[in-house]
Design a protein around this ligand. Structure first.
Ligand code: PMP
Length: 393
């Protein structure tokens, strides 16, 4: 089925006119509504948050806290459970650093994790175990169940893979983690822009995401956790805004979420994130998900028809198609596609252990967003035909 602008939002993205942008999994382009909200915040409303007694600062503080509430609501959490971070990477680093190990020094990950859900655990001194994948590129939860022990403090998994688009059965992952007294952290970077998420019904303990993949600005993201867990977590960075009282002898700390937000935050980033949440909310994430699933089906069918293209990942991938043109390095494929006005990512996608599992040095990756349509897939296919012509000479 051809998907012709089913969501009809392409003209709201000024930066992609005459461009087939298929790299939304790396970072999403911004709709005009988000750009306008950021411009207005700097041009009319700007002031610091939390400290000013003057009216403008109070208003800006309200906007910052409204964004917190909207971000928490987006994933089914409470406002006081949501910490603003620089992004998903910082959110995962925070958990790895701040969570007391309680005598458990292992973490259970999967083979498809992004480096930002591997390296922080190593830096924090955890022993890492990695769950294998099924033949369809899903995290093998039966294997996870077998591998999990009482030495594991936490199970940390991608809700949606940034390379394969595989969607985790997150609820089952939570049940497995809890069966051995471990916590579940979900890396929601690719899930939050693509599916409705509800941390409460999943039963997750930590949830991380980045605004820039959700049509919002870079430099801001979030960590959600249960109030009860956050109340017991010590701070991991010190500075302004995270304290209660400071003396040279002893400092006491603010309650969460402030305890985990040292320093002046990304104030306008929060405003932009709120605008992005509102923008995507108007479309509904159910519609975005359905739209991107249809595009994946269309792209996989078209690429299969071209022939000589290996596709990775499950058929029901969320908005992401990784592939290689047989006998051609992904970088060459992406370079020729660039000449044809099609932007795809090529490389290891910050998931080197997954490349090893797939047995390839790199893949090319086309990823979709709300603005993607059949014209992008047609351009991709024409570009791949050109790749094949050049390399068959
Ligand atoms: N996890 C996944 C699955 C990702 O796709 C990304 C971004 N590519 C990250 C984590 C890291 O996100 P950020 O760079 O925004 O912190």
């Amino acid at each position: 089925a051809r998907i012709n602008s089913a969501l009809n939002v392409r003209d709201q993205f000024p930066a992609i006119a005459n461009w087939h942008y298929l790299d939304s999994a790396a970072t999403a382009q911004k709709p005009q509504a988000v750009i306008d909200a950021i411009t207005k915040a700097y041009a009319q409303d700007y002031a610091t948050v939390h400290r000013g007694v003057y009216e403008r600062s109070a208003v800006m503080t309200q906007s910052y806290e409204d964004s917190r509430a909207a971000s928490a609501k987006l994933i089914g959490g409470q406002s006081n459970e949501l910490i603003f971070t620089r992004g998903a990477t910082e959110a995962i680093n925070m958990v790895a650093r701040a969570l007391p190990k309680n005598g458990r020094s292992r973490v259970l990950l999967s083979r498809l994790e992004h480096h930002s859900n591997i390296v922080p655990w190593q830096l924090a001194g955890y022993e890492v175990d990695a769950v294998p994948l099924t033949a369809h590129g899903q995290i093998d939860l039966d294997a996870a169940e077998q591998m999990l022990t009482e030495e594991h403090r936490i199970v940390a998994l991608a809700h949606v893979s940034n390379v394969l688009g595989s969607i985790l059965d997150a609820k089952r992952a939570a049940e497995i983690a809890h069966s051995k007294g471990a916590l579940l952290l979900l890396d929601g970077c690719q899930a939050v822009p693509r599916l409705p998420v509800d941390v409460a019904s999943i039963g997750a303990d930590f949830y991380a995401f980045s605004a820039h993949k959700l049509y919002g600005p870079t430099g801001i993201g979030a960590l959600w956790s249960r109030a009860k867990i956050l109340a017991e977590l010590p701070p991991w960075q010190g500075g302004g805004a995270m304290i209660d009282t400071v003396t040279f002898e002893r400092t006491t700390f603010a309650d969460p979420p402030a305890r985990f937000e040292a320093g002046t935050p990304h104030i306008v980033g929060a405003v932009g994130l709120h605008a992005a949440i509102d923008w995507v909310g108007k479309l509904s994430l159910d519609s975005v998900h359905a739209h991107e699933c249809a595009l994946v089906a269309e792209a996989r069918a078209a690429l299969s028809e071209v022939g000589g293209v290996t596709l990775y990942g499950p058929e029901d991938s969320a908005g992401i198609v990784s592939f290689n043109v047989d006998g051609v390095h992904a970088h060459d494929t992406a370079t020729i596609l660039d000449d044809a006005g099609v932007a795809v990512r090529a490389g290891h996608h910050c998931a080197q252990p997954l490349m090893e599992w797939l047995g390839v040095p790199a893949t090319a990756r086309a990823s979709f967003a709300a603005h993607s349509d059949s014209s992008d897939i047609e351009a991709l296919v024409r570009g791949i035909e050109q790749v094949k012509r050049i390399f068959s000479r």
